[in-house]
Design a binder for this molecule. Structure first.
Ligand code: NDP
Length: 711
């Protein structure tokens, strides 16, 4: 489906891969109550099918054979499953579901990320799975997966869940990129030992030693990789690059596949850089006013396509349409308009050295620069990076996050339609490995990244090899401080905005809400009441206020934090659960969650969750709250609610944060520079400050007379 078609099609059409056939429904066990007898019969037939696969293989397992073994008529088997494909799909689903249920039960018991990784290994290689009967049946299915669409679906869903579980836990122990490749290796090794066992006719089928082998491998890799979290990123061993191939883009609210894209590899990046280098010279030579006109036209097109783009953003991110319609596209357009206005005024300065000489500086573009985006504000991030870059006369190659790559492609189309020469703004697609091709490319002069702290360190280390400039917009764990003289309704509104907007997936969120003791009880009560009124639901419903999280992997991470919050003694005021009722069943919805009685050393208070989870902490004095607010390695943002004018400015001056608000939270007008200090980042986006990050100065000395030479 083209992106055009996608962004215009009604919701039902998007669920292309989720259309249920009667066969699917049966395979899922969607029967009426009166069919309990039939259920038992179906289970029996599935079990017989697994036996048959183990004994006579795929070819020998026919409807007639199953009927013979079960002592029923072939017509009855056909009644339940349609044809052979339907029968096998039902059997495969049963195997996959049984395994998934066991994994879930073990995961629920595990107390640490390492324990959860072990749970996945143990269950997949458990004696009851790793035996001739089940193993041969699995292998029979694998042999057909490429030819039978239904089997492929089951296999893909199973693999995706396993990888997502593994990645989510590994990410808590090692940087994201290593987590991804280690998760893939573990999954591949599980498959590998099964295959070897089958080829040896189950002579090598020893569950215990297979488990021990894989466990030792994981231990070894974790030991090698874990120190890289604290060591300098430059010293980290590079994971094997994974480029090329395709990846699927999902709607996290439904699980539907929205698109399939190809990850760009070295050849594509090389070609993109060459195109950009050629195009950039002409673009820079156009002059600021002409560049500004193109940006202005692009902003108009963004506004003209607001609803269509908002819809696509909602489909891909799970954010409510009521947000994307008024914020995501509009703030992108505002950014283009702002830099369109500044483009003609980008200039150096004149310096007077007396009658015999003068000097001047030229503010010149850097050349080809790269933007790498996070998944939470895909279009806005692409605009925030590209608008100043292009206004200054650079060409930009932009890689969106693999989870949300669609609206950046739209922006590329819009820029072209607005008259931007080909090659000046190009979107490349892929995962971290594609990103690395940009960060390591010698002809790219700057990287602007929005992402996690660990990614920022890796990008900076890679950029060092060719001394690229970097702008890093990274994570945060920002304080929002409510003094007891604050206007309470506003403070509560600020806390809600700063925690639940975009389901809490906002880098600058004020997730540590410090409330002065005198007002604490009233604050929490108002917070509870207003949180209870929030409407969580279908992101495309205009009434929905809180949508889906970005992925199943992220959902697990957020739920893990909630579980640890409870385990570590925080009081759950409201929320704290995944929501699965009705239409939400296949999505990643978490109820807006408030924890009270939190302490500074709890995981939910120290680590970035990036979900709808707020921690309320009490404090007594101004000096105390400043010290506690600053006791974090992050420094992205901070907010203060008070009616005491002098205290507001005094406290803000003391807070270690790059972006601050007084009596508001999370408003980011494009005129105001945005960025962090400490581990939250380097450089600034927005405002005039961004122009400095996309230009370099050339100093020129001009002599007006003869040289007074001593030689
Ligand atoms: P990640 O750091 O996982 O990814 C960010 C981007 O970097 C993605 O496009 C990713 O590719 C790419 N990438 C990952 N590793 C490398 C590498 N080694 N070299 C080059 N590129 C790489 O962040 P998320 O997408 O998960 O976004 C969430 C994070 O972003 C949070 O920590 C949040 O706080 C932060 N953020 C910060 C903002 C700010 O302005 N300060 C604003 C918004 C978010 P891919 O994902 O495709 O593999």
């Amino acid at each position: 489906m083209s992106l055009d078609a996608l962004s215009r099609s009604p919701p039902g059409n998007v669920q292309l891969n989720r259309q249920s056939t009667l066969k699917d429904a049966r395979a899922h066990g969607a029967t009426s109550p009166r069919d309990e007898g039939e259920d038992a019969r179906r289970v029996q037939l599935v079990e017989v099918t697994i036996d048959s696969l183990a004994e006579v293989g795929y070819v020998g397992t026919t409807l007639a054979e199953i009927a013979r073994r079960a002592d029923v008529s072939p017509g009855l088997v056909a009644h339940y499953f349609g044809d052979k494909d339907g029968l096998l799909e039902a059997a495969f689903r049963t195997l996959a579901r049984t395994l998934a249920v066991r994994v879930r039960a073990r995961l629920a018991q595990a107390r640490t990320p390492r324990g959860r990784v072990q749970a996945v290994i143990d269950i997949n290689l458990a004696p009851e799975e790793f035996n001739q009967r089940t193993g041969t049946a699995w292998l029979a299915f694998w042999g057909q997966v490429l030819h039978v669409e239904g089997l492929k679906r089951v296999q893909t869903a199973y693999q995706r869940r396993m990888l997502s579980n593994l990645r989510s836990d590994l990410r808590r122990m090692i940087p994201g990129e290593y987590a991804r490749s280690l998760a893939a290796m573990i999954a591949a090794m599980i498959d590998g030992v099964w295959l070897r066992a089958a080829l040896s006719e189950w002579q090598e089928a020893d569950s215990e030693s297979a488990c021990a082998l894989l466990t030792a491998f994981v231990e070894g890799r974790l030991k090698e990789l874990a120190p890289t979290v604290t060591a300098t990123a430059a010293a980290a061993p590079a994971p094997p690059p994974v480029v090329g191939g395709t990846f699927r883009v999902h709607n996290p609210a439904t699980g539907a596949v929205l698109a399939e894209l190809t990850a760009d590899g070295p050849a594509q990046i090389e070609a993109a850089v060459e195109r950009a280098r050629a195009a950039q010279r002409h673009w820079a030579a156009l002059g600021g006013a002409a560049r500004g006109r193109v940006l202005q036209r692009a902003a108009q097109l963004l506004r003209a396509h607001n609803d269509e783009l908002a819809r696509l953003e909602t489909l891909n991110t799970g954010k409510p349409i009521q947000e994307t319609r008024v914020v995501d596209v509009t703030s992108g357009a505002e950014c283009l308009e702002y830099y369109a206005g500044l483009a003609a005024g980008i200039a150096g300065e004149h310096l007077d050295f007396g009658p015999a000489a003068f000097g001047y500086t030229r503010r010149e573009p850097l050349g080809v620069v790269a933007g790498i985006g996070a998944w939470n504000y895909p279009l806005q991030i692409a605009c925030w990076k590209s608008a100043p870059a292009l206004a200054c006369g650079n060409a930009m190659i932009f890689k969106p996050a693999e989870l949300t790559p669609l609206t950046a492609l739209k922006l590329e189309e819009i820029y072209r339609a607005a008259g931007l020469p080909a090659g000046v703004f190009q979107v490349v697609q892929g995962m971290a490995a594609t990103g690395r091709l940009l960060t390591r490319h010698p002809h790219i002069r700057k990287i602007s990244l929005t992402g996690e702290v660990s990614t920022g360190k890796a990008v900076m280390a890679d950029a060092a090899a060719s001394l690229k400039q970097v702008t890093l917009e990274l994570g945060g764990k920002s304080p929002l401080i409510v003094f007891d003289d604050a206007r309470l309704e506003n403070a509560v509104a600020g806390a809600l905005l700063g925690n639940f907007y975009s389901a809490g997936e906002v880098c600058s969120n004020g997730t540590r809400v410090f409330v002065q003791r005198g007002v604490h009880a009233r604050f929490v009560e108002q917070l509870r009441a207003r949180t209870a009124a929030l409407r969580v639901g279908d992101p495309l419903d205009p009434a929905t206020q809180v949508g889906s999280l970005i992925s199943a992997e992220h959902l697990e991470k957020v739920l893990g934090f909630i579980a640890r919050g409870r385990a570590q003694g925080a009081r759950l005021v409201i929320g704290g659960v995944r929501l699965t009722a009705g239409d939400l069943a296949n999505g990643c919805f978490v109820a807006p969650t408030v924890f009270d009685h939190c302490h500074d050393d709890m995981d939910i208070v120290r680590q970035e969750i990036f979900g709808p989870v707020m921690s309320v902490l009490e404090f007594d004095t101004e000096a105390e709250v400043i010290e506690r607010a600053n006791a974090t390695e992050f420094g992205l943002a901070a907010g203060v609610f008070t009616n005491d004018l002098t205290r507001a400015h005094r406290v803000i001056a003391e807070l270690q944060a790059g972006t601050c608000w007084i009596n508001h939270y999370n408003v980011t007008p494009v005129e105001l520079p945005f960025g962090g200090v400490k581990l939250s980042g380097l450089g600034r986006e927005n405002g005039r400050a961004a122009l400095e990050h996309y230009t370099q100065l050339k100093s020129v000395y001009v002599a007006m007379g003869d040289i007074d030479s001593p030689y």
